[in-house]
Design a protein around this ligand. Structure first.
Ligand code: PNS
Length: 164
């Protein structure tokens, strides 16, 4: 069985992430969509909230070979525990590519058995990111075009609860 990890902050999951996950699900038998910590980012949603929203989205998309989870530690350690042969990342731009190259190089130094598979984001998703979603949310704007419809209310509820 070919197992892959789609790692990320998913803070929150966007339609661009969903497209990459769905494409990874066609390439691998089993895909772990794993929330990991990015120490350069302060998260808006808890890890439990992010995994919960991802579970809803994967079910709604009928991606039965994808499992949402979280891990406290290095991606390579999660990949080893999950018996994953590859990590799959989406790239929207040259700056994304440079960051992914650096991350792939480090992961490769730590474990050269883990392949990094880069999928090019769809052109219509180039401007979609979790940070844009968080910014629009912070100013009370409409996020419904950027995140899966099934979690729009959860995102708003978690955001409002946080401010309460
Ligand atoms: O969605 P993001 O923030 O671009 O995802 C980045 C993430 C979480 C995949 C990356 O920061 C990560 O792998 N974090 C876990 C710690 C780790 O393994 N670091 C070494 C690779 S640089």
């Amino acid at each position: 069985m070919r197992i892959a990890v789609v790692p990320g902050s998913f803070d929150p999951i966007t339609i661009a992430h969903c497209d990459i996950i769905a494409r990874a699900a066609k390439l691998f038998d089993l895909v772990y969509v794993c929330v990991l910590a990015n120490i350069n980012k302060r998260s808006m949603f808890t890890s439990e909230q992010r995994v919960g929203m991802m579970q809803k989205v994967l079910k709604d998309m009928k991606l039965d070979n994808c499992k949402a989870t979280s891990y406290e530690g290095l991606l390579i350690d999660f990949a080893k525990e999950a018996s994953a042969v590859a990590t799959v990342r989406g790239v929207r731009s040259i700056s994304d590519y440079e960051a992914e190259l650096a991350m792939a190089d480090i992961n490769n130094k730590l474990n050269n058995a883990l392949e990094t598979v880069i999928l090019l984001s769809r052109p219509e998703h180039r401007a979609v990111s979790s940070s844009v979603v968080r910014e629009i949310l912070a100013f009370g704007g409409d996020i419904s075009e950027l995140v899966p419809m099934i979690i729009v209310d959860d995102i708003k509820a978690y955001y409002n609860r946080k401010d309460a």
